[in-house]
Ligand binder design. Structure first.
Ligand SMILES: Cc1cc2nc3c(=O)[nH]c(=O)nc-3n(C[C@H](O)[C@H](O)[C@H](O)COP(=O)(O)OP(=O)(O)OC[C@H]3O[C@@H](n4cnc5c(N)ncnc54)[C@H](O)[C@@H]3O)c2cc1C
Length: 71
């Protein structure tokens, strides 16, 4: 889908409020270019394999849907 997050940045990660729901969205505009990296990251997060993550923890946090939830 050609979806957009409010900050126009992809959303990748488990929803902090809905247990077991995983987001891979907000790729509108550059989803074709980012799909290989996003899919690798999604697989690592779903499999809970931090050593396999293609990006560092700060990038994981920047892409997480948790950024839209008040703490
Ligand atoms: C109208 C439009 C214009 C766009 N323009 C651009 C653009 O100019 N530039 C750009 O970079 N991006 C663009 N995008 C976004 C880009 O197409 C997507 O972000 C990108 O294709 C996402 O890739 P993906 O592999 O994550 O998902 P998808 O390409 O959606 O692939 C998911 C695949 O999984 C399959 N699938 C779904 N459920 C199951 C199941 N249960 N079992 C097995 N297979 C399943 C689907 O059939 C599909 O083949 C556009 C999107 C749209 C809709």
């Amino acid at each position: 889908l050609r979806s957009f997050a409010p900050d126009r940045t992809p959303v990748v990660g488990f929803d902090p409020a809905a247990e077991g729901f995983f987001w891979l969205a907000g790729q509108g505009g550059y989803g074709i270019q980012t799909a290989p990296a996003m899919s690798r990251l999604a697989a690592a997060l779903i499999l809970r394999a931090p050593g396999e993550q293609p990006v560092d923890a700060a990038t994981v946090a920047a892409l997480s849907p948790a950024r839209f939830h008040a703490s």
